[in-house]
Design a protein around this ligand. Structure first.
Ligand code: FE2
Length: 245
């Protein structure tokens, strides 16, 4: 009799653990399609929207041979996804749950106790901006209107290229090189780790990820070759022009 009672209690506890675990999985995981990309709007158990991994603006092999599908699988499918998952876990049950990504970045940037939230939120935003900063058959010079603005603000297109390359190569360790609009003028900047111009007066127009995970599989340690490739074959000037409007 005593044995049956113990069995009953054990089974009840196991069922509860399984049920709670299933709820957690349902409410705090990203729904994926067969390719592992988020496709549907997801909410937490209160019905607040959660931060999602946005779809790539092109196929995973579309930037090859410059950036391989293998790099995209890791960079987008693992790194970017991890920032999304970490962020959702960190804000679950807090007053940041249900806020937009931009709001979360601004609030957490102003509060040193929320550094972990800021790092993950800013990395989610920066990566989405980076994917859009590239396109298949991109690179080279922009259209005439944008070229004129670049020449006016940098002296020449070649001077812009020199400055952007310099920002990318001299960013010590992990970070980002940016083309931004600040006080009505185009400017090249760089940020370390997850830092983003979103927390400044500058408006981001385009970015290049210089974390090692962005180029190591395709370029090994040759960051300058990756930067050259980004400028010659990948940068999406249409995206820059759209952001300038
Ligand atoms: Fe990255």
């Amino acid at each position: 009799m005593e044995l049956s009672k113990r069995k009953f209690i054990k089974n009840t506890l196991l069922s509860s653990v399984f049920f709670l675990s299933a709820c957690k999985t349902r409410f705090y995981s990203i729904k994926k399609n067969g390719e592992g990309f988020s496709t549907s709007k997801i909410t937490n158990k209160k019905g607040d929207p959660m931060i999602e991994l946005p779809q790539l603006p092109y196929a995973k092999n579309a930037l090859a041979p410059h950036i391989s599908e293998n790099t995209i699988n890791f960079h987008y499918g693992k790194h970017h996804q991890a920032y999304v998952t970490n962020l959702n876990n960190l804000i679950a049950g807090t007053d940041l749950e249900g806020k937009s990504l931009e709001e979360i970045i601004k609030i957490s940037a102003a509060d040193k106790t929320k550094a972990g939230i800021f790092n993950n939120a800013a990395q989610v935003w920066n990566h989405t901006f980076y994917w859009n900063s590239m396109k298949p058959n991109g690179g080279g010079k922009p259209s005439a209107d944008l070229l004129k603005i670049i020449e006016a603000d940098f002296g020449s297109f070649e001077d812009f290229v020199k400055e952007f390359k310099n920002a990318g190569t001299t960013q010590f360790g992990s970070g980002w090189a940016w083309l931004v609009l600040e006080n009505g003028k185009l400017k090249v900047t760089k940020t370390g780790n997850a830092e983003t111009p979103l927390t400044t007066n500058a408006k981001p127009l385009m970015t290049m990820d210089v974390w090692e995970h962005a180029y190591y599989l395709d370029f090994q340690n040759a960051r300058p070759s990756y930067i050259d490739t980004f400028l010659v074959h990948l940068v999406n000037w249409d995206f820059v022009a759209k952001n300038l409007k």
